[in-house]
Design a protein around this ligand. Sequence first.
Ligand SMILES: [Zn+2]
Length: 439
Amino acid sequence: MKIRMACHLYNVALLCPTEGFVSNGSLTIRDGIIAARGAAPNPGETVIDGKGAMCLPGLINTHNHSPLMSVRGMVEDLGFAPAYTPGVPQGHWLSSEETQILARLGVMEMLCAGATTIVDYYRMPDALARAAEAFGLRAMIGGRVMDADTASLANGRFLHDPKLGEATLRAALDLIDTWDAKGNDRISTILAPHAPDTCSRQMLHTFADLSAKTGKQVHTHLAQSKMEVAQVRSREGLSPAELLEDVGLLSPDLVAAHCIFLDEADIRRIGKAGVVINHAPIGNAAFGAAAPVIALREAGAKITLCTDTKSADMFEAMRMAIAAARWRADMEFVLDAKTVFGWGTVDAARALKGHAASGTLSVGSPADLILLDPNAPNLRPVIDGYGIVVHSGSAANVTDVMVAGEWLVKDRMPTRVDMDTVIRDAQKVAENLWKRASA
Ligand SMILES: [Zn+2]
């Protein structure tokens, strides 16, 4: 079903990675598409006064696991990969209903923070797809597949668990059959083997074949911990990136999160293959790391940004990406606001397959856009747009979110789902999980 409507949004400051900054602009939106920029209103169009708000393309948050909301605020000081630590609620405890309730909190937060397109993968992907469909944003959903015993992973050992592999692969393939192009064409599916240290060589091979057969990109984690690098080295005699190359996964159809612990040969290898990187600067910094994204980009990799189920604040991610890059470069100004704004919008749209977003406000693009509070002191003065948004903006500034011409957030409230219910339900589920963890 297409949403049929036409509106004229005026008195907005347009900030677009490809069209530049227009301090007093307007957009004509028809049938979910940006039909014109700077045109006069036509009869029959709903006229909306933007009241001087900054209007940006919807942000693209390229790597998340929304049910992991269950442990937010409780594990950040516990060391790396606390998801496998005793005393912490485990993902496999969650029922499908609990998964969906937590996913709704995660999706709602991302949407209200200005993400109009997200990538989300975890166990029980059907629950993730239902959560995304309820809010109406664009979502690339995957079933996370792994065939390693999770208890052994905590000790850095790989113990093959073929049953877990079969079950998670079946759920991932069922998802593709059920959900591709659903939810007004806003839901699509991805392939998502968890990581080189949690998937056997055979499983990674399976995904290389599936990608070749379906044309879908393979989303995974790569070089996210020293433990992963050590385990894959002792198991395969290769670095994690070499292993992915060996099984045929290193290509522009690989979307790899983190990419922190790489040597120079790995950086060249990943860059040459044109891999898409999900840079997660907030999560990385939280455990004291900064991925070598400038070197990866120079080698040929494409950079996108994500919040990886942390604050969902893509403005914070953009700012943190700059800080991390400059810190890695020993205070050289190797990254600027305009570039990183592109990573959060148009570059991600171009690098990822399986969605209609353009990450721009150009004519002919789907009308995926966000408005920022015109009265926010932190967004003044507005002179060139990029700098103030990236260096001073915040998810809390997002007031309205449109996807395909439909308002999904108005005055900071989701339009399709009751915010209070989502928060209350998720709080209850998380409290129960933590009670079970300490029992
Ligand atoms: Zn992840």
